[in-house]
Design a protein around this ligand. Structure first.
Ligand code: GLN
Length: 494
């Protein structure tokens, strides 16, 4: 393979790795190309909260020295970006919130540490809705990220900074997090691949907790092979996160056989609904037909409790958030209002430091958990959650993967849903059930609408069924060209 014909920022991780191994490029050259690209495109898309240019070049130089000494770590010299809800040692980690402005954690998240141990060069931290609460990055306490395919539109959220960066060539790949769709929905809106692993597959140590029974760290990448490669590195048991499973991590790359003959693909009636954009439905149905043409068997299925997922999610997630966010008290982390009275300081710090969506959720969650309401709301939500999970368990007795849209529409305009929380919440209608049930899901490019905006195909797998969804996703990807299209930014060379 030769990389000489294409700009270095356009490479996938596996292409860049091959070029580094072959000595065609150096890690410093590659990192410099990415930093130049960030400088060129980020004023338009605003994907990064922090760019760690100087450290990145130092790490790249070190990677080049290590390679000369015979080191061949899996990500040696590969420049990546990290969503700002994951702790990075001595590097500002804000969670997109003013309350953590200036906070430099004394340790790195396990996922970050594993990428670093594998040789990653850290480019910087990407924008997110505050504490990952949102679907557009408009809830960031700093600024909104713009969709590289249309700057007047949102990139999706909450991992919108990571998705926009990967899509625009401002990182080879990135980490995101997904509590209700925050990896898959922005991946769909920016035409990249986004995988949300099964609950317990990846460590959350060093991830700022939002909804602890839902949160997972995931990967945003340019193709399925990169997603599989990075997932294999971050997955696995972590003694620092007791919710991680001891199950061995498979060789995800080996699952990418290109063969879906006999694979049973479920098509859930409840995921093709009134109100969804017709072009999204058409593109997803065409992708399913393509899988069928390649030998997959399409099976109509039902997930009857789908209509309850949104209310259940907004009780469970907010209840957990209200407890998790109590730690931001103006004493231990980041911003402090500096009031002499302890209670007044907590009140003012939280009042001034949190944005409106975070406050709304703390109030909702605290209400749902309060005496007299707990049984009616939180407990009931947990019971209905079990029904949603059972829907999936029954479906996976008949099928290996489920195919459906990642989002009901393509990317919306900035400001369009900002004042209407319910409308905003609805954009996760096809992704949240996967978190509620602990299953895994991937979104990958499957077309564009008439306005030129990307459409995402979602493939859902059973708990620890990552190999099946990666295999199906990769086979579809190989039979299409959607993933190779990249956005054009005004005044910037491709
Ligand atoms: N948009 C959903 C929410 O606001 C999901 C966010 C996420 O997955 N982090 O909660």
């Amino acid at each position: 393979m030769t990389v000489a014909t294409q700009p270095l920022h356009q490479l996938t991780v596996h292409q860049a790795r091959a070029a580094l191994r072959a000595g065609e490029i150096s890690a410093v050259e590659l990192t410099q190309a990415l930093l130049d690209r960030i400088r060129a495109v980020d004023p338009q898309i605003k994907a990064y909260l922090t760019v760690t240019a100087e450290q990145a070049l130092e790490q790249a130089a070190l990677a080049d020295r290590r390679r000369q000494e015979g080191d061949d770590a899996p990500l040696l010299g590969i420049p990546l970006a990290i969503k700002d809800v994951l702790a990075t040692r001595e590097i500002e980690t804000t969670c997109g919130s003013k309350i953590l402005q200036g906070f430099k954690p004394p340790y790195s998240a396990t996922t970050v540490a594993r990428l670093q141990a594998a040789g990653m060069v850290l480019l910087g931290k990407t924008n997110t809705d505050e504490f990952a609460m949102g679907s557009s990055t408009e809830n960031s306490g700093y600024f909104t990220t713009h969709n590289p395919w249309d700057l007047s539109r949102v990139p999706g959220g909450s991992s919108g900074g990571s998705a926009a960066a990967v899509s625009a060539g401002a990182a080879l790949a990135a980490l995101g997090t997904d509590t209700g769709g925050s990896v898959r929905q922005p991946a769909a809106h920016c035409s990249v691949v986004g995988i949300k692993p099964s609950y317990g597959r990846v460590s959350r140590y060093g991830l700022a907790s939002y909804g602890s029974s839902l949160d997972q760290v995931g990967v945003l990448a340019k193709d399925v092979a990169d997603a599989a490669l990075l997932l294999g590195i971050i997955a696995g048991r972590d003694p620092l996160d007791s919710t991680t499973l001891d199950t061995p991590v498979p060789d995800y790359g080996a699952a990418l056989t290109g063969n879906v003959r006999g694979l049973r693909v479920g098509l859930p009636a409840e995921y093709f609904i009134d109100g969804m954009q017709p072009e999204v439905e058409a593109a997803v149905r065409a992708a399913v037909a393509q899988l069928e043409a390649m030998g997959a068997q399409i099976v109509p299925i039902h997930l009857p409790n789908t209509d309850k997922a949104l209310p259940v999610y907004y009780l469970v997630a907010t209840a957990e958030a209200s407890a998790n966010l109590s730690r931001y008290d103006g004493v231990r982390f980041g911003y402090s209002a500096g009031d002499d009275s302890m209670f007044e300081n907590i009140r003012r710090t939280r009042g001034e430091g949190f944005g409106p969506e975070v406050k709304r959720r703390i109030m909702l969650g605290a209400y749902a958990l309060s005496a007299g309401y707990y049984d009616a709301y939180y407990l009931k939500a947990q019971q209905v959650r079990t029904l949603i999970k059972q829907d999936f368990e029954q479906a996976f007795q008949q099928v290996d993967v489920i195919a459906c849209p990642a989002t009901p529409t393509t990317a919306f305009h900035i400001g369009e849903k900002a004042d209407n929380p319910i409308e905003m919440y609805l954009s996760d209608i096809f992704t949240i059930s996967v978190n509620l049930s602990g299953m895994c899901g991937i979104s990958l490019p499957c077309g564009f609408d008439d306005a030129g905006l990307p459409i995402g195909l979602q493939l859902i797998g059973p708990h620890l069924g990552e190999e099946s969804i990666l295999r199906a996703a990769h086979a579809y990807e190989q039979s299409s060209t959607w993933h190779s299209r990249r956005p054009t930014l005004t005044g910037v060379a491709d």
